[in-house]
Design a protein around this ligand. Structure first.
Ligand code: 2OM
Length: 224
């Protein structure tokens, strides 16, 4: 998946019109939107179609699918059937359950992102101990897309090592959760940013500031 300006907007506002207003403001700078349970449960799965019809955007459904294979197939089928381009599946559920998502994704020509480790503190209790194994399972399964946290760079870097340079890695936790865009992009292909942009007084200014900073970095790399 290509992501314009390496930024995925995590749209977790719970009102479709408020969401629309933010997306409209920053639409020139993004082509990929992540929606999850907050918006879907508030406004329905039709939220996917709403954004697809109003904007030319790729939609990643962050439903963190984590059930038995048969149920995962239904969740994936509903998501892709509603217009999703990709879904996020938990990895800890194991191969058969992840495979169910992959099979449905393949039938629609869509993608599955495998969630390896999470960005919140509680992830250290259980998930962190198995996240390397989850990434290894993804590699064995031939999965190309992964999610890992931006606010734990040592973990992000280790997961990049496991999945290899040709896999596509997206990273949440930038901004409000403490992750830094510049450091994150040393290991990740795209940043997932939510509140830092959609709660900003001027979302357009906020996103252009982030992008200008990337340009400045590229310029500096060529300069020295
Ligand atoms: O938002 C960050 C976004 O990424 C939210 O939609 C979270 O649900 C999601 N997210 C994480 N950490 C994870 C996995 C998960 P904000 O924050 O480990 O920028 O407002 O903090 C994900 O992307 O799968």
């Amino acid at each position: 998946m290509n992501v314009k300006n390496n930024i995925i907007l995590a749209m977790d506002l719970m009102d479709i019109l408020d969401s629309y207003e933010v997306v409209e403001k920053i639409y020139p700078y993004i082509d990929t939107l992540k929606i999850g349970y907050p918006l879907t449960l508030a406004e329905g799965i039709k939220s996917i179609k709403f954004f697809k019809e109003n904007f030319d955007l790729k939609i990643i459904c962050d439903y963190k699918v984590a059930d038995i294979p048969e149920t995962n197939s239904k969740i994936a089928d509903l998501s892709f059937g509603a217009g999703a381009d990709a879904i996020i599946s938990h990895g800890f559920i194991g191969k058969d359950s992840v495979e169910a998502c992959v099979d449905i994704a393949d039938s629609y020509g869509g993608d599955v992102f495998l969630l390896t480790e999470m960005s919140h503190d509680g992830a250290k209790m259980f998930l962190q101990q198995v996240s390397d194994d989850i990434a290894k399972m993804g590699v064995e399964m031939g999965i190309k897309n992964y999610v890992a946290p931006s606010n734990r760079l040592d973990r992000l870097s280790e997961i990049r090592n496991i999945i290899g340079k040709d896999s596509f890695l997206i990273s949440p936790g930038v901004g409000t959760q403490g992750g830094n865009p510049k450091d994150t992009l040393k290991y990740a292909d795209a940043l997932i940013i939510g509140r830092y942009i959609y709660e900003a007084d001027y979302p357009e200014k906020t996103i252009t500031n982030i992008i200008d900073f990337f340009d400045w970095l590229v310029f500096k790399c060529f300069e020295f």
